[in-house]
Design a binder for this molecule. Structure first.
Ligand SMILES: Cc1cc2nc3c(=O)[nH]c(=O)nc-3n(C[C@H](O)[C@H](O)[C@H](O)COP(=O)(O)OP(=O)(O)OC[C@H]3O[C@@H](n4cnc5c(N)ncnc54)[C@H](O)[C@@H]3O)c2cc1C
Length: 307
């Protein structure tokens, strides 16, 4: 029986883990990967103490910091369920079951999928959800970026550094985001924007060969070898059927429990991007992780006294 199971490997989970290690509660971290979204960020210039860093460097510092405490991290394991067991919980993964008095959910967000034919079949065969990670793999090739916000524009500008032609396929009538980025897209001779265009299918047999889309009533396609899907992020909560969510499927802690990070279920706490905290930033996630774990300590203390 653990005092605490932390689910996640991003800044929220790892900041909580450092505090838990120093407090000497019995706990384990279940993390599909280390770094989370931070690991896939390019330049990071707003994390205190690091005037200019990048996602992989900052994540490696996170990793170094937790390894100093010999924290038990089940890296590569994915939580697939949480079950209530009296006052306690069982967190399930494919490999094991972890009994615990409290759970801290810090599972962040994952890329939203298009849900069109070809997307799953051609994943990692030209379809990617991380332009920052994969843009260099498409050097000299033509690519499509699906989306029309800041992430999509960021991906297109990055792709333009490496690739041949870059097509933005945007469902909205225009690009939405920073004026500077929109200006850079317009100036680029490599980038073509298709507005009011709904992606219908990703084409290809063994690897991506094109994208089919509908612009108004006309069906069009572009011939590309890579597709960057950049249509936003959704909370990673598939394993959690217990806590209340808001309309975006984020775990609700804000309304009544902003100071404690307690969810609607006593004993389950949540922190970072997976919650309804409005600011989704690395420094905020780390702070939220710490707030949450401090609340866990108080909860465990009061449980021990029999409250
Ligand atoms: C491209 C990009 C650039 C960004 N740039 C910046 C920036 O410059 N500055 C800034 O402050 N913020 C930036 N952000 C936002 C920032 O990365 C996030 O706000 C922050 O990482 C959120 O941290 P988190 O710990 O809440 O969640 P995440 O970083 O999403 O981490 C979630 C963790 O949980 C794990 N996980 C998920 N589901 C499970 C499961 N079922 N079982 C086990 N583990 C699970 C994941 O593998 C991951 O390790 C950027 C985000 C992106 C995508």
């Amino acid at each position: 029986m653990y005092d605490l199971v932390i689910i996640g490997g991003g800044p929220a989970a790892l900041a909580a883990a450092v505090y838990a290690a120093r407090q000497k509660v019995s706990f384990v971290v279940i993390a599909e990967n280390i770094g989370g979204q931070t690991a896939i960020s390019a330049d990071i210039e707003n994390y205190l103490g690091f005037p200019a860093t990048n996602g992989s460097e900052l994540s490696s510092f996170f990793e170094k910091h937790i390894s100093k405490y010999g924290i038990d991290v089940k890296e590569g394991e994915k939580a697939i369920g949480i079950v209530k067991s009296g006052r306690n919980f069982v967190v399930k993964t494919a490999a094991a079951k972890y009994e615990t008095r409290t759970v801290l959910i810090a599972s962040g967000k994952k890329p939203r999928k298009l849900n069109v034919p070809g997307e799953d079949r051609l994943y990692r065969k030209g379809v990617t959800y991380c332009a920052t990670c994969d843009a260099p793999l498409f050097a000299g090739k033509d690519v499509a970026v699906i989306g029309g916000g800041n992430s999509a524009m960021d991906a297109a500008l990055l792709a333009a550094k490496y690739s041949g032609k870059v097509y933005i396929i945007n469902i909205n009538p225009g690009l939405i985001g920073d004026a500077i980025m929109i200006g850079s897209i317009r100036k680029s001779k490599k980038i073509t924007v298709f507005n009011s265009s709904r992606t219908a299918e990703i084409l290809g047999e063994k690897s991506v060969s094109g994208v089919k889309f509908n612009q108004g009533s006309s069906e069009k396609d572009v011939s590309v070898q890579g597709v960057f899907v950049e249509i936003g992020y959704i909370p990673s909560v598939d394993f959690d059927r217990l806590t209340e969510k808001n309309k975006w499927n984020e775990i609700a802690i804000h309304t009544e429990n902003f100071t404690t990070n307690l969810t609607s279920v006593p004993g389950i706490f949540a922190a970072g991007d997976v919650t309804d905290v409005p600011e989704k930033q690395i420094i905020v996630a780390a702070g939220e992780g710490v707030k949450a774990v401090l609340s866990v300590f108080k909860y465990l203390g009061s449980e021990a006294k029999g409250y």
